[in-house]
Design a protein around this ligand. Sequence first.
Ligand SMILES: Nc1nc2c(ncn2[C@@H]2O[C@H](COP(=O)(O)OP(=O)(O)OP(=O)(O)O)[C@@H](O)[C@H]2O)c(=O)[nH]1
Ligand SMILES: [Mg+2]
Length: 275
Amino acid sequence: MLPLVALVGRPNVGKSTLFNALTRSRDALVHDEPGVTRDRNYGVCRLLEGRPFVLVDTGGIAGEDEGLAGATARQSRAAAEEADLVLFIVDGREGASALDDDILRWLRKLAKPTLLVVNKTDGIDARAALAEFARYGLSDVLAVSSAHRTGIDVLLARAAALLPETGSAETLDDDPGRIRIAFVGRPNVGKSTLVNRILGEERMIASEVPGTTRDSIAVDLERDGRKYRLIDTAGLRRRARGGGGGGEVLCRQDPAGHRAVPGRGADAGCQRGRH
Ligand SMILES: Nc1nc2c(ncn2[C@@H]2O[C@H](COP(=O)(O)OP(=O)(O)OP(=O)(O)O)[C@@H](O)[C@H]2O)c(=O)[nH]1
Ligand SMILES: [Mg+2]
């Protein structure tokens, strides 16, 4: 069992960008819009020599309890509650906000080892950005730029000091015998609900809103001595006619659902990964 590190923070601060930098992947969807990530998305960081850890990207905590935003925040809190270390991500350009204050209050109650990561410090005075958050009184604070991958080594060194030798996370293994099953279909047909039923837990956010699932989420399962990997995927939409600004396509996925390629339209810049 590996240590588990959770990325939490308000929407759009760069959690998924940091997740991709630490897992050296493009598994998490990144977009300049709040509320992109929704479900918990697990990956492995192998950048610390001899000390791999599991990392979980989460959706932004937006201060709402209802609807999709509420469900997203509950997933994020669940991730922090099971984690051995929390990376509390804030936006160094925008400075501390009321939402950050709320998240800090909740993290204090949670009382887990926490590292305050001031992101987006590229091209700005990192010391001034850090000073903005001095009133939070956290001893472990550092400045990074996830987009430019600066400050990552310092972050890893600090994380190493706070991580237990072994932790609470199961890893997604590379067992070639594992049967991979992708759940693919139009938006809102019940893919995530089906995955939840099979798992017997509310692992995925299932809602009546089409397009609820965004990242493809892999979950391992063992049943009757056989190993499976269930991959829930974003709903397939028809490609907009005429191309360009139709905004109809969120993400197009290959038929096997193992890898998605960006489609045209609203999220044309999206990135997804392999499982
Ligand atoms: N300049 C700069 N931009 C960044 C940095 N990290 C992320 N961004 C940008 O900030 C935007 C949001 O990034 P995401 O990684 O999707 O943010 P998030 O916290 O995962 O957002 P939600 O999933 O919506 O909560 C994107 O446009 C990123 O390119 C950074 O270090 N510097
Ligand atoms: Mg995100």
